[in-house]
Write a protein of this length. Structure first.
Length: 195
């Protein structure tokens, strides 16, 4: 009988283990009415926001990268330089010749996150051409994205970033701050909110 003593102890320990496993499984499977996952509260906004802070140099690199990418087959070659103002430097084809062009704009951030560029100065080669005529020529002869509008008579370019759709899912962007003097630029990426 002493030889089978260990068998009874083993069966007892096995039974205890099985009971503990079943009890723990039972506790895990039972829902507790006091503990609930909080439902994600949706806001009234259509978009969720992701804040980005940058500086002139980084934004300048991004702008010029996109310009080169999107205008490689275009007859106008240009780049943007962010300094105290927004400067557009490039060449434009006029009258069968490539002419150097420098346009200087003062940016004005609007409440809706768009930027209005007010023409400050302009030079096109050695020609004395009115700013409105150059802006009208660019507007009429070069492909301009839908989110950029040129108002030649007012010497303005509206950059409506909030109308720029970044991807097929509806992601957009807008600026919160555009302070070139203090090198403080803040933009918001807007993602469609999950409902």
């Amino acid at each position: 009988m002493k030889e089978q003593y260990w068998k009874w102890l083993f069966l007892g320990l096995l039974t205890i283990n099985i009971i503990v496993v079943f009890y723990v499984s039972y506790l895990i499977m039972q829902s507790d009415d006091h503990v609930r996952l909080e439902e994600r509260s949706t806001t009234d906004n259509e978009y969720s926001e992701f804040l980005i802070r940058t500086n002139k140099q980084e934004l300048n690199e991004l702008i010029n990268y996109n310009i080169k990418k999107q205008s490689k087959d275009q007859p106008i070659e240009y780049e943007v330089i962010l300094g105290e103002t927004v400067e557009l430097i490039g060449t434009v084809s006029m009258f069968g010749n490539k002419i150097n062009m420098v346009m200087d704009f003062i940016p004005d951030l609007q409440e809706d996150g768009t930027i209005v560029l007010q023409q400050q100065s302009m030079s096109v080669g050695n020609l004395q051409i009115p700013v409105s005529a150059i802006l009208k020529y660019i507007s009429n002869h070069y492909p301009i994205p839908d989110w950029i509008t040129i108002q030649p008579s007012q010497k303005l370019i509206n950059v409506n970033f909030n109308e720029l759709q970044i991807d097929d899912d509806g992601m957009k962007m807008k600026f919160n701050k555009f302070d070139l003097a203090n090198d403080h630029i803040e933009m918001v990426l807007l993602f469609p909110a999950l409902n």
